[in-house]
Structure formats: structure tokens, C-alpha cells
Ligand binder design. Structure first.
Ligand code: ZN
Length: 175
């Protein structure tokens, strides 16, 4: 829930359950963002979000392999040990809407990835279990790569190239 410091995750099954949940929610959210960008005829960004959803799926199945030999705990959603109502990488439902422009979409995704990275980093530094710390550190590095991808997209985003301006003055229109 909204505690300032997430409770300590002290065993591997509990950590893997959090990680799988985080990645699955992230995949769902990226598919929503991709859909929203496709609706707005923004195939480049739809492709970016599909790619990030794909990374999330790969990551989820990698985590499932770690979990294959284990029995994961049954934890109610509200008892998960992170500080946001949903998974830290999933954002809030209000965040995704059909009027979202490219910058908003990227910032939303960046926020989610940053939350995911910080969640893993905090587990990596707080868990008493060495294997959990190592995996969490590895996952945190992977999320850092996603953060970097989104930051570079945001940096390259042409301030002229917003939906609104595109609509007013399409770049390929005759003068
Ligand atoms: Zn990610």
C-alpha cells in the first residue's frame, strides 16, 4: 500500500511472484499504450511500445523459469510489498487515455520503468537473501536499459512533431 518504505522481501519465491506480477502488468500496459498510439496513427511509437511489451514477455518467461521448481506464495494484490496500488511498472489506469500524445505516452512509460527499476534496486539493497539480491540487481539493470531507451526517445522527440501540429500542418502537405 502507500507505505514510504516497501516491506522487506526476504525469500526467492516471494520475490519471483512480485517480479512476474510486475512484468505481466507492464506488458498489459505497453499493449494499451501501443494500441493508443496506433489509434493515433503513430506507428513508430506503437512499434516502440510493442517492443517494450515483448521485452516484458521475455523477462516474465525468464522469471517463470526461475520459479518453475518453486512453489510461489499466494499473496493478495493489496499485500504485495511495493508502494503503489498496482505493480510499480504498471502505472495507473487513468494514465492511459486516448488523447495521450507522444510525450505523455513516453513520460508515462518512463515513469513505469523508473518505478520498476527502483523497486528492483530497493530489493537488491534491502533483501537479507543473497540470491534475491543478485537477481533483483540484475533485473534492476535490465529496467535501467528500458529507462535509457525511453529517455533517448524523449530526447529525440521533436517539439514541433506533436499530434496537434501534425494535424494542422502535415509535413508532406504541399506548400
Ligand atoms: Zn521494463
Amino acid at each position: 500500500m502507500n507505505q514510504a518504505h516497501p516491506a522487506v522481501i526476504d525469500n526467492l519465491p516471494e520475490f519471483l511472484l512480485h517480479a512476474i506480477t510486475l512484468e505481466r502488468e507492464s506488458v498489459d500496459r505497453y499493449e494499451e499504450l501501443a494500441e493508443s498510439m496506433a489509434v493515433h496513427n503513430n506507428p513508430g511509437m506503437a512499434e516502440l511500445f510493442h517492443k517494450l511489451a515483448h521485452f516484458g514477455r521475455l523477462h516474465a518467461s525468464e522469471i517463470e523459469q526461475h520459479a518453475a521448481a518453486l512453489v510461489l506464495p499466494d499473496i493478495a494484490p493489496w499485500n504485495f510489498k511495493w508502494s503503489t496500488p498496482e505493480g510499480p511498472e504498471s502505472g495507473t489506469r487513468d494514465g492511459v487515455h486516448y488523447l495521450m500524445d507522444q510525450r505523455e505516452a513516453l513520460e508515462h512509460a518512463l515513469y513505469n520503468e523508473t518505478q520498476g527499476r527502483d523497486f528492483y534496486a530497493s530489493v537488491a539493497s534491502s533483501s537479507p537473501d543473497e540470491e534475491v539480491r543478485e537477481l533483483a540487481a540484475q533485473f534492476s539493470r535490465e529496467e535501467s536499459e528500458h529507462v535509457a531507451i525511453l529517455e533517448s526517445w524523449l530526447t529525440r522527440l521533436d517539439p514541433q512533431n506533436t499530434r496537434r501540429l501534425e494535424d494542422l500542418d502535415p509535413p508532406n502537405s504541399p506548400d
